[in-house]
Design a protein around this ligand. Sequence first.
Ligand SMILES: *Cc1c(COP(=O)(O)O)cnc(C)c1O
Length: 361
Amino acid sequence: MTYSIEIERSTAPKTKPQEDQLGFGKHFTDHMFVVDYETGKGWHAPRIVPYQGITLDPAAKIFHYGQSVFEGLKAYRAEDGRLLLFRPQDNFKRLNLSNERMHMPEIDADLAMAGLQELIRIDSGWIPSAPGTSLYIRPFVIATEPSLGVAPSAKYQFLIIMSPVGAYYAEGINPVKIYVESGYVRAVKGGVGTAKTAGNYASGLKAQEEAAKRGCAQVLWLDGVHRKYIEEVGSMNVFFYIDGKVVTPALSGSILDGITRRSVIALLKEWNIPVEERTISVDELFEAHERGALTEAFGSGTAAVISPIGALYSENGDIEIGGGKTGELAAKVYDTLTGIQYGRVADPFGWTYELQVAAVK
Ligand SMILES: *Cc1c(COP(=O)(O)O)cnc(C)c1O
């Protein structure tokens, strides 16, 4: 199906921020993509409009019952001028899994891709070019029907906004300290841990703040039933290099199926490094550390790509991993993945998606 996307251009383009002062998610491009949904009518009126506030009725269900899902991906400017996305279809597939779980209507992935392409075409001048910078893309869906009945909304809006973001590791890839959370839990099987839905992040903020007070960047969540098995970190999946094998928690129904996670697993398999997707307890991890078998730990996610873990703090003591330094494997995965994303390294997997956009600087 082809869509006609109405375009209203901004008459007051913003001044672009300096590329060494971008930060994360602070600046937004000149335009956004919007589509409406109504029961009986389906998705309609796809349009690109100047970036602006949205007006919602105070009774809109998003404010009360939290039907809200999102995605995160990036557009990269290659040195040769190509504009690349990384596995974007996987993001829209996952957005629909999140929609399904939150009882929200499925988006036509082709419409989402068409809207994204057009939006990037119009705002391509916002894709930064300094090393490590990129354009972060945030598609999201919210329930907009003004009604306080606890029932699925009859109206939704799908939007895509974009934000130029700075190099995550401006001072070189740097290991973080992570707090093993044994009190609060993020998700349980049967809950919404597999969905990228707003409430999962709201419920994690308090634990994150307490971890920050202990000098930790993020929380390592444990399973909600036994508080024993490792799940994931804030907005990253986790990997542990133990006895020459890489272990990562299986997709057991309470963690997010990360696209970076998938890519890391594929790379490790390509390199003939054994990968085990299984349950792993904190006890096993600390025991492996005890006998010197835990050589590396790292997180994976779109924002940081790879985030080496230099130490785990917990109620039962703290451990340092890999001397608190970035491990060789983490560095190799990071270099390869970012190499593919920026088009510096050959992509035998077909992960990169070249935007058919005249590369405007
Ligand atoms: C987004 C996210 C991830 C990472 O997913 P990617 O597709 O690799 O960016 C991991 N865990 C949670 C909870 C997330 O929200």
